[in-house]
Each structure stands twice: as C-alpha cells, then as structure tokens.
Design a protein around this ligand. Structure first.
Ligand code: PMP
Length: 338
C-alpha cells in the first residue's frame, strides 16, 4: 500500500481505527472494541456529520463561499467540526454553545475563526435564550445565514449510515454483535444501527441516556415528557427534545447511566488502555457494562468513543474538578468492573 498525501484536512475525516480494549476484554471474557472517533481531525464523530450536511447543502446550491454564514447550536463538538470545515471551505461560521461546555471546546471553536455565542444551560428548548432558538434567530437575521440544524437535518444520520456503520461492519469482519453509543441528536446510533441491522437484524443496538433526558421514556412509551429536566455533567448524552435524527426503530434499548460512573470509566480507561476519551464514551461503556451478564465469549462488542479526552482537560481530567464534583481523585480510581 502506498501512502498518499491528502488534498486538505477534510480528506482525513472518517476511516477511524477500531481498537480492542485488552484489559476490558479480559475482564468480561469477550471481545470489546472501541471505535475511536476522537482520531478524526476535529477530534470527534461530528466531523463526519457536519461534512455530510455541508456537502448536501452545497449540492442543493444553498451555500456561497465568502458570503454564507453557517449557524449551528452545539455543545461544542459540532461547533468545532463546523468551524474547521468552514475555515477550509471559506464560509463564515457562528456557533451557539451552552455555558456548561468545556473551556477547551469553546476556545477551539474560536481558534478556527468562528464566533461563539454563549447561552444558558438551564432553559427550556422553546425559550428564546436557548441555544437552539438563538441559532435559529441568528441564521434568520444575519446576511446569507444558513442554519445547519443537526437535530433535524437527516444528513447527520446519513453520514453514519454511509460511513461509520460500513466501517464497523468491515473492521469486525462482519462479526459485530453489539453496538453501544451515546445518543444526543441520535445521528450516530441511528445511522450505524440502521446499516448494521440491514446486514444482520440480530445485532443489538443500545444507546446510553442521561438522567432527565426525554429519549429513553419516548422510546419505551412514545410520550415526549416535557416535565423532565436534564441533569447531567456529561456532554453529548441525552436530550430535551426528540430529534428526527433519532430513529427509534433501529435502537433496541436506551440505558440510563450514572454520570459519576461514566466519568470514572474514562479516568480508569486512560490508565488501563492508554486511551483518553470524553465523558459520553464513559456513558457508552457504562451502558455496555450493564449488559455484561448477557455476553458470551463469541460476542464482538463495539463501543463508540465519540470524542477525544483532550477536550476535557479542565473538566473530567482535572483533579480539582473531580474533587469538586464528588469523584474519587484521579490518583485513586482503581475500580472498573467491580
Ligand atoms: N458524545 C459527544 C461528546 C457529542 O458531542 C455528541 C454529539 N452532540 C454525542 C456523543 C452524540 O452523538 P449524536 O448526536 O450522533 O447522538
């Protein structure tokens, strides 16, 4: 195989490694692999999603380099991927971000030349101050604004149906039996789940959900419970709306996971597997752990690690933050599968 130079950073997106988690596979007596989306150039799964949505809008003639301002509401990862892709393609970019997003994520978006508008975390989605409504309003008021709308734009889910799902199928030699992923817009789990279930309907597709999120209840009862209030320190896990990108039929189950255990999982993972990943990956690991009694030695389990841990150095990986948030200190976390 010859290694070819890439024409731009955008050609580096996708084809991420699938890596066996050695210690965890030994502990669970099965094969656990991580799909390392943090290896994308924007350090998250969202590079795929944003590229797919932008390329579609370009095909439809909706974007003009140098003129269009692309606007999006993002907890950080989509914003960074968007800022990166806009920098390469010559679009202006504004990202509305919840004020609980990590400082690294906010500064990374700014570093790519995009504008960041901070919005309060604790407000309902229809509140004009919410990051969704702010993004929509900005896209309607700025000259040549375009709201990319990752929750509703189905080219989010298509990105995973067309790339992430087929990659996992090939990388596991068509043997994958379980997929675990965090869900927020639902694009990752739905696109991957749809593709894999088309190949083999017995593959179990399981999403991690957070406390107060509306997704698990909707999946089980078809009720959108607006009285629920999301309470999580994780980014990219759970939702306060039901995005059309969540394709409920392709997901077998939502598992409610505990924040602290999710964070402890990633702290421990770095020390045992040498992989630094974000809190949502810890949530997917926790969902996986809740099913450990169902696994057999033949099972091939894939856990999606949605982003890179370097985005959380002042949060999950900071000793002071850990103590302030009631976690064991990074020096002392020794539990994993206990
Ligand atoms: N983890 C992180 C860190 C994320 O930023 C996101 C997306 N917001 C997800 C997981 C969930 O991915 P999806 O939106 O495809 O459900």
């Amino acid at each position: 195989m010859t290694l070819q130079a890439k024409e731009s950073i955008l050609e580096v997106i996708g084809n991420t490694p699938l890596v066996k988690l050695q210690a965890l596979s030994r502990d669970l007596n099965c094969n656990v692999y991580a799909k390392l989306e943090g290896i994308n150039p924007g350090l998250s799964v969202k590079d795929r999603t944003v590229l797919s949505m932008i390329e579609q809008a370009e095909k439809e003639g909706k974007l003009i380099p140098g003129k269009t301002t692309i606007v999006e509401a993002s907890s950080g990862n989509t914003g960074y991927s968007l800022a990166m892709i806009c920098a390469v393609k010559g679009y202006k970019c504004i990202v509305t971000v919840k004020d609980k997003a990590s400082k690294e994520k906010i500064n990374m978006i700014k570093a790519m030349g995009a504008k960041v508008v901070l919005c309060p975390s604790g407000v309902k989605p229809n509140n004009p101050e919410s990051y969704y409504q702010k993004a929509k309003t900005i896209s309607e008021t700025v000259d040549n604004g375009f709201y990319i709308n990752q929750n509703y734009n189905l080219y989010n889910q298509h990105a995973h149906y067309n790339t992430t799902g087929p990659e996992i199928w090939e990388q596991t030699n068509e043997k994958v039996s379980y997929i675990f992923s965090p869900a927020s817009t639902g694009g990752t789990i739905s696109g991957v789940g749809k593709f894999l279930k088309e190949q083999n309907p017995t593959i179990k597709v399981i999403a991690a959900d957070s406390e107060g999120s509306v997704l698990k209840k909707y999946h089980e009862t078809e009720e959108y419970d607006t009285t629920l209030k999301r309470k999580t320190m994780l980014e990219g896990v759970g939702k306060d709306i039901i995005p059309p990108n969540v394709s409920m039929d392709n997901i077998d189950e939502f598992v409610l996971v505990d924040d602290e255990r999710s964070v402890e999982n990633i702290i421990h993972l770095a020390k045992t597997e040498g992989i630094m990943t974000g809190g949502s990956s810890g949530a997917a690991l926790e969902a996986m752990r809740s099913k450990k009694n169902d696994f057999t030695p033949e099972d091939v389990i894939v856990v999606i690690f949605s982003d890179h841990g370097s985005k959380y150095l002042s949060k999950f990986f900071d000793t002071e933050w850990q103590v302030d948030n009631g976690l064991e200190s990074i020096e002392n976390v020794i539990r994993f599968l206990g």
